[in-house]
Design a protein around this ligand. Structure first.
Ligand SMILES: Cc1cc2nc3c(=O)[nH]c(=O)nc-3n(C[C@H](O)[C@H](O)[C@H](O)COP(=O)(O)O)c2cc1C
Length: 369
């Protein structure tokens, strides 16, 4: 049904217009208690075998919605009702900003991919804090992803992240420092450990000071050299971070496999590429991280996840949580429900009653160097 609607209607709309329509619909669902409860009852995961605990937080399932969909934390209840075990909102910046000029989001349908150069369009940390402070009608686990305000120079980056953290850490189930989006000039330079160390230390101080000690993770780019992935992993361990989210979108285009139809080939657009072409590198980074840190950090795998096979592979490779975004555009609102249903079935088939039995089962035990 969704495939038909997508090919006949949605694929003809501008992708960002389609996105805003979806978010508006989910906002309505979020504030309509009866429907929201019905949807939640029907679609949210309830199989105890799917439950998982990470950094002290209990998740109803390992599969969540990646950052970038719910930029302003406007529809976390609806997204949770659709079956996502967590929602990562953001990226949120200390100051509201419009993002880059449109068009800034492109579909590559044959590649099951998206290119975006949104540039952290969001209403700012105070507005997000107001949304997050509202009582929720359905249970939702909400990660808050923070980034640098575009107009703030690199010298002010730490203070800018700290300002967001102060407003949002008390309202987050976990906090993410995003230093890996390709669409804010200079942002990814913050992944260099000389800059990343002081930044993470400062944000951690804020996260540690909340009444419940908010878990802190860092989100990295797939374009880091392997040695830099290791360096960030070592830094995260040194600083006592709770986890790493890998990966953000790539600026590379070499993994685009399919030729798009003439006139709709957006492969040349600048921005971050996500979806199926990111799958192999995202998995490779996960494996590398797991070999480096073992089970001392929570690993959250994101990039090219499309179905239960991908989720299964990431869990076996050592991810405790798995996220997706691009495939939602191609699969539609029942995507998370189907992934959870299929994962439940597979767990049952393998006689698995607790996800801990499979997380990291195919991870290499050697430490990568
Ligand atoms: C339109 C769009 C906007 C995104 N915005 C953000 C963002 O604001 N912050 C962030 O950390 N990641 C953002 N991402 C990256 C996703 O969270 C995810 O890391 C990436 O898309 C890979 O997952 P996927 O292949 O399942 O889409 C965005 C992705 C897309 C497609």
């Amino acid at each position: 049904m969704y495939r038909f609607v997508f090919s006949q209607v949605l694929s003809r709309l501008d992708p960002e217009d389609a996105h805003h329509m979806a978010v508006r619909a989910l906002r309505v669902l979020s504030v309509t208690p009866v429907v929201r409860r019905l949807v939640h009852r029907r679609l949210a995961p309830r199989d105890p075998a799917l439950r998982v605990q990470a950094f002290g937080v209990h998740f109803s399932g390992p599969f969540g919605l990646a950052a970038g969909f719910d930029k302003d934390a406007g529809c976390v209840e609806a997204v949770s009702a659709l079956g996502f075990g967590h929602v990562e909102v953001g990226t949120i910046t200390a100051h509201a900003q419009p993002g880059n000029a449109r068009p800034r989001m492109f579909r590559l349908v044959r590649n099951r991919a998206i290119i975006n150069r949104m540039g952290f369009n969001n209403a700012g940390a105070s507005a997000a804090a107001r949304s997050l402070a509202r009582p929720r009608g359905v249970p939702a686990i909400v990660g808050v992803n923070i980034g640098k305000t575009k107009v703030v120079p690199e010298s002010g980056a730490v203070a800018d992240y700290v300002a967001s953290a102060r407003e949002l850490a008390p309202l987050a189930d976990y906090l993410v420092v995003n230093v890996s989006s390709p669409n804010t000039p200079g942002l990814r330079d913050l992944q260099a450990v000389e800059l990343l160390g002081p930044l993470l230390r400062a944000v951690k101080e804020v996260a540690d000071a909340t009444p419940k000690r908010t878990p802190l993770l860092v989100k990295i780019a797939p374009d880091l050299a392997d040695a830099d992935v290791d360096a960030v992993a070592d830094l995260a361990l040194d600083l006592g971070l709770d986890g790493i989210i890998a990966t953000n979108t790539t600026i590379g285009r070499q993994a685009l496999a399919e030729a798009e139809p003439a006139g709709r080939d957006h492969g040349h657009e600048s921005g971050g590429l996500s979806g199926r072409p990111l799958k192999a590198r995202s998995l490779e980074v996960l494996r590398r991280l797991r070999a480096r840190v073992g089970d001392r950090l929570v690993l959250v795998s994101v990039g090219g996840v499309e179905d239960v096979d991908d989720v299964w592979e990431r869990l076996l490779a050592g991810a405790t949580l798995v996220q997706g975004y691009s495939a939602l555009i191609y699969e539609g609102p029942l995507w998370a429900y189907r992934v959870n249903r299929d994962l439940s079935r597979r767990l049952r088939r393998h006689g698995v009653v607790d996800l801990r039995q499979i997380i990291g089962r195919t991870a290499s035990r050697s430490t990568a160097t």
